[in-house]
Design a protein around this ligand. Structure first.
Ligand code: 5GP
Ligand code: ZN
Length: 113
């Protein structure tokens, strides 16, 4: 059994509120939402972070962004949204399986914390 939390979610071992699944990516609602819409989009295959996926499989990295924008459209976020990939300790990454945060449903502030 994988020790990686998000690999376990991909495998269906941990229940989540899933909003999209393809052979390549899985999207599910964040357990601690920071906006009215807060969805995590992850590759089914394990990569630790944005550098790892973009180095090893840039096409999959692109498909991850495509999936996030598809979810944004499906969630009705026509007014805009934010896609975030926290990377590494300084980036605030807490789960070491690359994931795009899709945040929307409210006006975002800049700069982020
Ligand atoms: P990071 O801090 O690595 O950028 O984002 C990790 C995200 O995963 C956090 O927003 C956190 O709330 C979310 N998360 C952590 N554990 C779980 C879980 O078991 N289920 C769901 N749905 N989200 C989780
Ligand atoms: Zn993983």
């Amino acid at each position: 059994m994988s020790q990686c939390l998000f690999c376990r979610i991909v495998a269906g071992e941990i229940p989540v509120d899933e909003v999209m699944r393809t052979d390549e990516v899985v999207a599910f609602r964040d357990i601690a939402p920071q906006a009215p819409v807060h969805v995590l989009v992850i590759p089914a295959k394990h990569y630790a972070d944005a550098l790892a996926i973009s180095s090893s499989d840039p096409q999959l990295a692109g498909n991850l962004i495509k999936a996030a924008t598809d979810v944004a459209t499906a969630e009705g976020l026509a007014g805009g949204y934010r896609i975030v990939l926290n990377t590494g300790a300084d980036g605030g990454q807490t789960v070491q399986h690359v994931h795009a945060h899709l945040l929307g449903g409210r006006a975002m502030k800049w700069p982020p914390g």
